[in-house]
Design a protein around this ligand. Structure first.
Ligand SMILES: NC(=O)c1ccc[n+]([C@@H]2O[C@H](COP(=O)([O-])OP(=O)(O)OC[C@H]3O[C@@H](n4cnc5c(N)ncnc54)[C@H](O)[C@@H]3O)[C@@H](O)[C@H]2O)c1
Length: 466
C-alpha cells in the first residue's frame, strides 16, 4: 500500500470495500493464504481525518495512531503544528471543506465547535465517509433530522457514533429497569449542575492572532467579532459575574452557552446525562414538551432550565415523563436523607416499586425500594452471562467502519433521537408554552412560532447539505 499521504493511493471506494470484506471475513475467503492480512496489516487500517486537533481532539490521538491518520484539520495553525508532530505523514488543512475533498480519507473524527458539527458530519456522509462526531450531535432539530436520515440511508456502508460516553453503568441501569427492580417505570429524570453565566457575546477586542483562521471558526454561524475569551479554557470567571460552579478547563465551556455557537448545558452535559436515561427507556419522539427557566436572553442560553417531555408507551412500558434539570433546578429527593445535589451529573428513575438513582461521573447507582415490598423480593437479578456488553465508543466505531454491520453504542439514529428530544426542550423554553410535537412529520403542531425555531439561519455562503 502506498504511503497514506500519497495522491496515488487506491480509490476510496475500492479500498473501503476491501476493508469491509476483510473485516467481515469475505475478503479472507478470496485471498490466497500467503496474502491474508492480519488485523494490524496496513491494508486493514482505516484512513482517518481528525477535524479539531487539540482539546477534545487530543483524546483521540492514541486510538487513531493505531490507524492511518491521513489528514488533520484545524482553524488554528499552531494546533495543526502540534498534530503534525504526532502524525507527520498527515496532510494538513485549515478548512474542513478542503479536508473532506482529500480522496484517501475513509473516515472522519469531528471535534470542532458545536455549531459546525452537523455541517462537517453531513458533508462527510455525502462523500461516503464514516463519521465519529463529538457531542452535541447537532444544534437544531432540522440538523438532527438531516443527519439521522442521511445516515439511515447509508447505514449499510457507513459507521456513525456520537461521543456521548456510554459506560457499563448505563447498561446496568437499563437492566435493573427492564428486569423490574423499581416496578413499572413512570418518570425518568436527568440533571446537570454546571453553571456558566455570561451576559452576552463578547465585544470586539482587536484582530485575531495570525495563526487563527477566525472567519473559518465562525463558519456557518452569524458573525460575531473576535474576542480572546472564546478561546480560553472555560474555567474563568468573567469580570463582574459570579465564579462558575463546577467549571473545568475545557475550551468548549467558553463558547457553548452562546446560542450561535452551542446549545448550553442541555446539549453539553445533557448529551451525557440524558444518555443514561435514553439508554434505558427505548423512546423516540416526545409528543408534548414544556420548559421553564430564567428569563430568555437572545444571546445566551439559559443556565437554569427544566424541561418536561411526555413520551408515549412502547412495547414494554406505559407512557412516561422524562425530565431534564440544569443549572440549579433539581428533581425532588425520594427520601429526606438522600441528597441528590451531591450528584453533579445524575439520573433518577421512578417506578411503582421504588427509585433508581445513578451518577454519570462515578459510574455508580443505587436502588431505593419503597412501600410494602421494600425487601425487593419481587426482583430477580440478571445472570452475569445475560448482561449487555459495553463498548468503548471510538474503538467500536473503528471496528464498525471496517464492518458496518456492527452496532455502535450511540449511532446517529439513537443519538439523533435523543438530541432531537433535548433540543425540543429549548424550543419550548423559547416560546414559553407547552408545545405538541408530530415526530413523524418533524413539526410542532399548531404553533407556527415554535415550528420556526426547529431551524437555524446560517451565514451567507454556508450550506448544511453540501
Ligand atoms: N465527549 C466528551 O466527554 C467531551 C469532552 C469535552 C469536549 N467535548 C466536545 O468536543 C468538542 C470540542 O470541545 P473543546 O473543548 O475541545 O473545544 P475547542 O474550542 O478547544 O476546539 C477543539 C479543537 O477544534 C478546533 N476547531 C474549532 N472549530 C474548528 C473548525 N471549524 N474547523 C477545524 N477546527 C476547529 C480548535 O482550534 C481546537 O483545536 C465540543 O463539541 C465539545 O462538546 C466532548
Amino acid at each position: 500500500m502506498p504511503p497514506p499521504n500519497s495522491s496515488v493511493s487506491a480509490s476510496p471506494v475500492s479500498r473501503r470495500r476491501f476493508l469491509h470484506y476483510s473485516a467481515t471475513g469475505a475478503g479472507l475467503l478470496i485471498l490466497p493464504s500467503g496474502l491474508r492480512a492480519g488485523p494490524n496489516a496496513p491494508s486493514n487500517k482505516l484512513n482517518v481525518a481528525l477535524i479539531g486537533v487539540t482539546g477534545r481532539g487530543r483524546v483521540f490521538h492514541d486510538p487513531l495512531a493505531e490507524e492511518n491518520v491521513v489528514a488533520l484539520c484545524d482553524v488554528n495553525e499552531e494546533y495543526l503544528g502540534v498534530g503534525a508532530k504526532r502524525f507527520p505523514r498527515a496532510k494538513t488543512h485549515v478548512d474542513w471543506r478542503k479536508c473532506l475533498e482529500q480522496k484517501d480519507v475513509d473516515a472522519v473524527v469531528i471535534c470542532t465547535a458545536d455549531h459546525t458539527h452537523a455541517f462537517v458530519a453531513n458533508w462527510a456522509m455525502n462523500r461516503d465517509k464514516h463519521v465519529y462526531c463529538e457531542k452535541p450531535f447537532a444544534t437544531s432539530v432540522e440538523e438532527v433530522r438531516l443527519l439521522r436520515s442521511r445516515w439511515l440511508a447509508k447505514r449499510h456502508k457507513l459507521a456513525s457514533q456520537v461521543g456521548t460516553g456510554t459506560a457499563a453503568n448505563h447498561n446496568r441501569i437499563r437492566e435493573l429497569i427492564r428486569d423490574g427492580a423499581i416496578g413499572e417505570l413512570s418518570v425518568a429524570y436527568a440533571w446537570g449542575t454546571r453553571q456558566l453565566r455570561r451576559n452576552g457575546y463578547w465585544p470586539a477586542a482587536g484582530a485575531p492572532p495570525s495563526h487563527l483562521h477566525y472567519d473559518l471558526w465562525i463558519g456557518p454561524a452569524p458573525y460575531h467579532p473576535y474576542h480572546p475569551n472564546y478561546f480560553k479554557p472555560g474555567n474563568f470567571a468573567p469580570e463582574g459575574l459570579p465564579k462558575p460552579v463546577n467549571a473545568v478547563s475545557a475550551v468548549c465551556l467558553s463558547w457553548n452557552m452562546f446560542w450561535d455557537f452551542g446549545t448550553g448545558q442541555v446539549g453539553d452535559m445533557g448529551s451525557h446525562n440524558m444518555n443514561m436515561v435514553w439508554n434505558a427507556i427505548d423512546a423516540k419522539w416526545p409528543t408534548a414538551i414544556e420548559s421553564k427557566g430564567e428569563p430568555y436572553n437572545p444571546e445566551v442560553t439559559p443556565v437554569e432550565l427544566e424541561c418536561r417531555y411526555e413520551h408515549p408507551a412502547n412495547d414494554w412500558r406505559g407512557p412516561i415523563t422524562v425530565m431534564w434539570h440544569q443549572g440549579g433546578s433539581m428533581p425532588r429527593s425520594p427520601l429526606p436523607y438522600v441528597d441528590l445535589t451531591k450528584i453533579r451529573d445524575g439520573v433518577m428513575f421512578k417506578g411503582s416499586q421504588g427509585f433508581l438513582v445513578g451518577d454519570f461521573r462515578t459510574g455508580s447507582r443505587v436502588v431505593i425500594p419503597f412501600g410494602e415490598k421494600a425487601a425487593l423480593s419481587y426482583y430477580q437479578p440478571r445472570a452475569e452471562a445475560a448482561m449487555t456488553p459495553t463498548y468503548n465508543g471510538i474503538t467500536r466505531w473503528i471496528e464498525a467502519c471496517k464492518n458496518p454491520a456492527l452496532k455502535t453504542p450511540c449511532d446517529f439514529e439513537y443519538g439523533g433521537n435523543m438530541m432531537e428530544q433535548n433540543l425540543l426542550g429549548l424550543v419550548a423554553y423559547r416560546v414559553g408554552r407547552k408545545i405538541r410535537y408530530d415526530g413523524a412529520a418533524g413539526r410542532v403542531v399548531d404553533d407556527a412560532a415554535a415550528d420556526a425555531l426547529l431551524k437555524k439561519t446560517y451565514r451567507k455562503g454556508w450550506t448544511l447539505d453540501g
